[in-house]
Structure formats: C-alpha cells, structure tokens
Design a protein. Sequence first.
Length: 148
Amino acid sequence: MEERQYELIFICRPDTPEADVDKVIATIEHTATEKGAKIEKTEKWGRKRMAYRVQRLREGFYVFMVLRSSHGEVVKELERRLKVADPVMKYITVRVDEELKRQDKLKRHREKRAARRPRKTVPSAVPPPSPAAAPAAAGGSESAAAAS
C-alpha cells in the first residue's frame, strides 16, 4: 500500500498552559509513531483570532502537523484522541497527497505541451543604430549646444 500524506491542524483553548499543549502534541506524535506513521513537521502557530466563536471563545492556540502513513487507521486513532482531549476545541485532518499528484500531473502536461509548441521569436521594435548614423547624431547635438 502506498504512503499517504496528511495535514492535521488542531486548536486548543487559549487559556491552556504551554505545557499542556506540548503534552497533547507529544501524545499525538507518540500515537502516530506507534501506529507506523512518520511525523514530518510540527509547527506551533500560537494564539490567533478565529473567524467565529467556538465554545464562546474568540481566540485559540493553533498547532499544525504534517504526517505520512500507509494505514488509514492512524488518522482515526489521532482524531479519536483529539476528540477526548480536554484542551482541544477543534481539529481537522486533510489528505493532501492526491492534490500533490494532481498538481504534478498538470505540470508534466504543461511541460509536454510547451515542448511540442515551437517558440515564437519576438521581433525587436527598434532596429539597432547603424555605425554611420551615430557620428552624425553626435555632431548635430554639439552644434545645437554651441548655437544656444
């Protein structure tokens, strides 16, 4: 079975101490590695204002994680743990490997089409000055300056 990539974002209550947030992160990381997933990135985004009230709160502590796994059971277990964790208000897990594959396919298609098309050369709008015209232009400007 092929490996899938997931992005997990969860929001903790803003009044939660940093140590408790770290404990939730450690629990999630431990559970994921125990189930065979690899944590690629963990970012604490900090306190941010939310778009709407959640549990009568306007702010939350955001945490972002990227993980890879070949088992779908990992996501179910992580979401179950987040659901029962008291500091966590909301969470979402998104599978992103399908979108990355789609973008790669579109990129290859664009490159193949560009290789088939001949490149158009853009004609220059102003021709370069000929060597005979350059001294005459320079002499004309000197005489105009001397006349003034």
